[in-house]
Design a protein around this ligand. Sequence first.
Ligand SMILES: NC(=O)c1ccc[n+]([C@@H]2O[C@H](COP(=O)([O-])OP(=O)(O)OC[C@H]3O[C@@H](n4cnc5c(N)ncnc54)[C@H](OP(=O)(O)O)[C@@H]3O)[C@@H](O)[C@H]2O)c1
Length: 330
Amino acid sequence: MARRLMQAVQYDGYGGGPAALKQHVEVPVPTPKKNEVLLKVEAISINPVDWKMQKGMLRPLFPRKFPYIPGTDIAGEIVEIGPQVKDVKVGDKVVTKLSHQYGGGFAEFAVAPESITAVRPSEVSAAESATLPVAGLTAHQALTEFAGVKLDGTGQQKNILVTAASGGVGHYAVQLAKLGNTYVTATCGARNIDFVKSLGADEVLDYKTPEGAALKSPSGRKYDAVIHCSTGIPWSTFEPQLSESGKVIDLTPNMSAMATFALKKLTFSKKQLVPLLLAAKKENLEYLVQLVKEGRLKTVIDSSFPLSKAEDAWAKSIDGHATGKIVVEP
Ligand SMILES: NC(=O)c1ccc[n+]([C@@H]2O[C@H](COP(=O)([O-])OP(=O)(O)OC[C@H]3O[C@@H](n4cnc5c(N)ncnc54)[C@H](OP(=O)(O)O)[C@@H]3O)[C@@H](O)[C@H]2O)c1
């Protein structure tokens, strides 16, 4: 049976930035496979990886095929389910993460695997929940799996540094870290110092000052883990600020970071640099949604744009100065 058409935003090849996003493209509404759900999309959030893929920075892995509809973090209502879907039903409001390989978020409808689709309660808006998948899950994974922070507060006390604490991942990392038994130092620009304090950071450094650039804790602490959400900081800056077995969890490792990672591993160094690659899990997404519902995790939306202005949202993310998350609404 022929599927009806929907509006989507797509690009046809690498490069071109916001201007290369094609608006008002008409494509068939996708059909859910046996373990998939079809959503009417209500909100999408942008992550830097979306435009990095367009730039070709993840070539040849993603995207593998053009034209490509970008966007992975979406919230919406289920309008159709595949025959083997069990835990969600038509009419459920959900949040999910699409694969980077197929994308599909910047559209009126999108298909998602049931395995990463979490139901959202009415207290959590579509826009709020759409900000959670990549940014929230990355912060969660960095803290719980890599930094060993127990979010129920039962763990040993740890000193945590969050760089770029005003950004999408950073604003979640500060708040989640404070659910654990941590002392949080954070870096951000001068205009966001009060904002980052309001998220719970114990001390905040302006990254443009000499102390901020040196990542020096004002209270003289050494960090057990750094959730490194900014870029361009060499190992030689981190090293003197780490505790005896401190770790830098690098979200955007470059060649030099990968060399440091290998060297520290090979020499059994106690201080380590570890690259993080998000492995999204449904139970963690459900946990984050629950925290938002309970008011224990605050979502900060920098700006929101209609799908017809997707190129403005794209440009805003490329600019790199968002406070919190950028949202697009069909
Ligand atoms: N490995 C993974 O699986 C994974 C997952 C998620 C994200 N990431 C990566 O993690 C990075 C952060 O992502 P995001 O979504 O949080 O980015 P984002 O929201 O675009 O970050 C923007 C924020 O970073 C701040 N910032 C920029 N440079 C800074 C610096 N040197 N020191 C302190 N703050 C700085 C900006 O503040 P100002 O405006 O004041 O400059 C702005 O508030 C990106 O490179 C992304 O690709 C990786």
